[in-house]
Write a protein that binds this ligand. Sequence first.
Ligand SMILES: Nc1ncnc2c1ncn2[C@@H]1O[C@H](COP(=O)(O)OP(=O)(O)O)[C@@H](O)[C@H]1O
Ligand SMILES: [Mg+2]
Length: 397
Amino acid sequence: MKTRIGVIFGGRSTEHEISVISASQAMHAINRDRFDVTPIYITKDGKWYTGDALLDVANYRNIPALLARCKQVYMRPETGNFNLYLAKKPFWGSDIATTLDVIIPVLHGSNGEDGTLEGLLETIGIPFAGCNTLSSANGMDKITMKMILKDAGIPVVDYVWFTDKQWFRERDALVERIESTIGYPVIVKPANLGSSVGIGRADNREQLLDRVSDAERYSTRIIVEDLVENLQEINCSVLGDCDEYTMSVLEEPIKTGDFLTYEDKYMGGTKGAKGMQASQKRIPAELPADETERIKFLAGETFRVLSCHGVSRVDVIIDRDTRNIYVNEINTIPGSLSFYLWEATGLTFEKLMERLVALAIKRRREMAQKTQTYDRNIFSLGGGGVKGAKGCKGSKI
Ligand SMILES: Nc1ncnc2c1ncn2[C@@H]1O[C@H](COP(=O)(O)OP(=O)(O)O)[C@@H](O)[C@H]1O
Ligand SMILES: [Mg+2]
């Protein structure tokens, strides 16, 4: 029997459309002789749909018409229940649309790449590709990620972070701290968005106030970073799990302005969105051998200390004046799943998808060997504290 893969994509994210493109590329790369593929599209308002019409990107020009050709579905948050249910129970017959063996989340940004969906999948206990809840959440949040990397000795730019409420209450002190510890120019970012949304440069105090108000519209948590003026950006994909992983060749994305924009990343100067693989880039990046090695090492370390899984892309910044290298971010579900980097490394997209499935199943098997529940019912034990549940009152805590 073929392994049944569910590919989940779309979602409540500013990167919804990019996810549709990445998922479509991924679904077409999966070998249908070995796998059955069920597309599961999450709309911008969070409803799940399935149907073959979801396989063709052209159909997304008219979403209502597309959804009319699909069926609304859901999974139940029950451990061990891998069924996909029809939201509208049919008059007769089963309400099970299909049963899945493994899920590949291809969601970018919030409500998908950030651990929320991964949490649901862990609750259900179905094998799934990519980072678990913990590493997804840590990788998504630009503040938490930088804290962990810094603690592990991985170079990151200097930063100051705060919440919107802190900014409201202690603005003067925060501005003072930013100016004395980092100094202008700075770059202001909402902590948990991708695709350069809400990101802006500030060269003075007035601009800083403006940029923070901008970023506040997107997130309660804001990070202000030292801006590397004369920078070179390099990306490296990492594949595996945190005990055994390999790095791809490096890419240098080409930007049109001060920093990489949404358009640079996904439009590739051509009409219509084509996804990350369509953007202008140099593969492999032209760098001295020692810098190439150092970037690969830092990418692997980033993947390892964040306990990542599956395929990620680590983006680094090189200061052209000093040649200092900083890890800027990790994308735990990278655009186009970084297939173009793996192809350049000698692994086909088809094989990459197989590897993701194998890794997902391996992790599930390893997890199953760990004790998950303590098999003793304290209510069934006689004596002392158990006569009537007393909670903390009856215990010694
Ligand atoms: N510290 C920095 N100094 C200079 N440019 C930066 C810095 N951080 C980010 N950028 C620029 O902004 C772009 C988007 O920032 P990034 O942190 O990668 O956010 P996103 O998650 O939106 O991709 C980067 O690709 C880079 O061009
Ligand atoms: Mg980025």
